[in-house]
Design a protein around this ligand. Structure first.
Ligand code: KIV
Ligand code: ZN
Length: 520
């Protein structure tokens, strides 16, 4: 449906989603997600917060330059330098947007901004006017809108609209709203502002588990833009989940009287792509995209579904692109089948990347015969997209021994491009020993914040994927590693996290690398 009354989907996975602690995507990974969001059919991609760091600015610029179709938005505080940075990053896009925000609740104005109401109105006036002098498409958000005095909020939105904002966004920043009350509040503010020439937008957080419900009541009240993230990732408990909002609007179209332009068959691959790149697992019972979302366990349900699927299924797996049967490829699969599968999984590789992936795929077929979707995803993420991380340290070799009582020892050989160094250590099991040996070589002691290992397919020869998060001097970094050998996957993940840590710290001007010592 393309009428003006449709709901625009504003995806903020790469901005609010990326603000989740422990997520740090490099610009290549962000670009891949943005390509897939465009294939999904989102209307707006909020690609980042350019003033936050040069890395953010660069990623937004890359996405604006390469991704065609959606509007590309950059977030900005009301400061002139922020607005300028947002403009510089989005200006090369086909359809640039600057998204300006400032808080309007008394608690934020008094304690965070230390500004009076008049000063905040003046900030909105000058920021929106300046943004409008740079681009035609300006969005204004009243941060903590749901806890703001409605009369002041109305005034703030009026100022923004008068200065040229074309989208007015009312966020429930701290996830405090309750659906019925929020719907009434939304209607009251829309009516008070009384502008027919703007798009009303909603942006909800999930602190009380109500982000999707609150977004939907706002749509019912008249919002025609929803801000959301894939898998609901985001600050604290996350943002409203895109796939849930889209499928609610589609499944209950007669109730809402409006829909989105999303190609829902891309929801499942997009969700998997984001999960794999962020390392944030999808709970099996997650609505719409969880592994169990379409499984029926109880006999009575199975009987009903066998008689007629509609007895217990309000959506079909194929509507969201969830595979009915899991496809497997093997050594007889050709390049065409392989590249089709990669595209189906939501990865947008160029020719060179595809050629490299195919060679790695054939190696994997030699090792394990049958290769599942999960194996292919792990391979692409680890070896192709992971290539965008500067490899300060690279694994050359390793050897482990496991003794009685779980003790382990490991020898690890690492190169930093100039020298190759090896060291050995003992520990509680082979992974602990290997991590200790690595720390001796690199001479820094990152704290291991989390370590997870999982099989990416069901068979016992599955590829194991390790995801680790490390922390040093306040910098958090996540790393991934995949291999048919779980120890190797764990070592690769740790080194990948350390490499990212070095890269992020460098970008922030923090020096974390001392001269490392050669002990052997
Ligand atoms: O939650 C929030 O208020 C935001 C704004 C910047 C829109 O993320
Ligand atoms: Zn937010």
């Amino acid at each position: 449906m393309m009428s003006d009354d449709r709901v625009r989907v504003f995806d903020t996975t790469l901005r609010d989603g990326e603000q989740s602690p422990g997520i740090n995507l490099n610009s290549q990974e962000k670009l891949h997600i943005a390509y897939q969001l465009a294939a999904l059919g989102v209307d707006i991609i909020e690609a980042g917060f350019p003033a936050a760091s040069p890395g953010d600015a660069e990623a937004v610029r890359l996405i604006a330059e390469k991704v065609k179709g959606p509007i590309i938005a950059g977030l900005s505080r009301t400061r002139r330098e922020d607005i300028r940075a947002a403009f510089e990053s989005v200006k090369c896009g086909e359809r640039p947007r600057i998204h300006v925000f400032i808080a309007t609740s008394d608690i934020h104005m008094q304690y965070k901004l230390k500004m009076t109401r008049e000063e905040v109105l003046e900030e909105i006036r000058s920021a929106v006017s300046y943004a409008k002098s740079l681009v035609a498409d300006v969005e204004f958000s009243a941060e903590d809108g749901s806890r703001s005095d409605p009369e002041f909020l109305i005034e703030a939105f009026k100022v923004a609209a008068d200065c040229g904002a074309t989208t007015l966004n009312l966020p429930d920043t701290v996830g405090y709203a309750i659906p019925e009350e929020f719907g009434d509040f939304f209607s009251r503010v829309m009516k008070g502002v009384g502008r027919e020439d703007v798009i009303w937008s909603v942006h909800c957080h999930d602190d009380l588990g109500l982000a999707v419900a609150n977004s939907l009541v706002a749509v019912k009240a008249g919002a025609r833009q929803v801000e959301c993230t894939i898998n609901g990732i985001g600050e604290r408990a996350g943002n409203a989940s895109l796939e849930e909002i889209v499928m609610a609007l589609r499944t209950r179209k007669e109730y809402f009287g409006t829909e989105t332009d999303i190609n829902t068959t891309h929801l499942y691959p997009t969700s998997r792509l984001v999960s794999r790149l962020t390392g944030f697992a999808i709970p099996p019972n997650k609505a719409v995209v969880g592994d169990n979302a379409f499984s029926h366990e109880a006999g009575i349900h199975q009987h009903g579904v066998l008689c007629d699927k509609r007895t217990y299924e309000i959506m079909r797996p194929q509507d969201v692109g969830a595979p009915d049967t899991k496809l497997v490829l093997g050594k007889h699969s050709g390049r065409h089948a392989f590249s089709e599968r990669i595209k189906g999984l939501g990865y947008h590789l160029n020719e060179e990347e595809m050629a490299k992936a195919f060679v790695l795929f054939k190696d994997l077929c030699d090792k394990k015969g049958i290769v599942s979707d999960g194996d292919i995803e792990a391979l692409v993420v680890d070896e192709i997209l992971g290539g965008a991380t500067k490899r300060t340290f690279e694994l050359r070799d390793f050897m482990v021994n496991v003794g009685a009582g779980g003790r382990g020892s490991a020898t690890v050989v690492i190169s930093d491009g100039e020298r190759t160094v090896s060291d050995a250590a003992t520990g509680n099991g082979p992974v602990d020993a290997a991590y200790k040996a690595i720390k001796r070589i690199i001479n820094i002691e990152p704290e291991l914040v989390s370590y997870k290992i999982s099989a990416v397919s069901e068979r016992s020869d599955a590829v194991g994927e390790a995801v680790v998060v490390v922390k040093l001097k306040g910098v958090l970094a996540q790393g991934r590693g995949a291999s048919t050998d779980v120890i190797e996957a764990s070592i690769k993940a740790y080194l990948n996290a350390v490499n990212r840590l070095v890269q992020i710290a460098e970008a922030r001007g923090i020096n974390i690398l001392p001269q490392y010592v050669s002990t052997v």
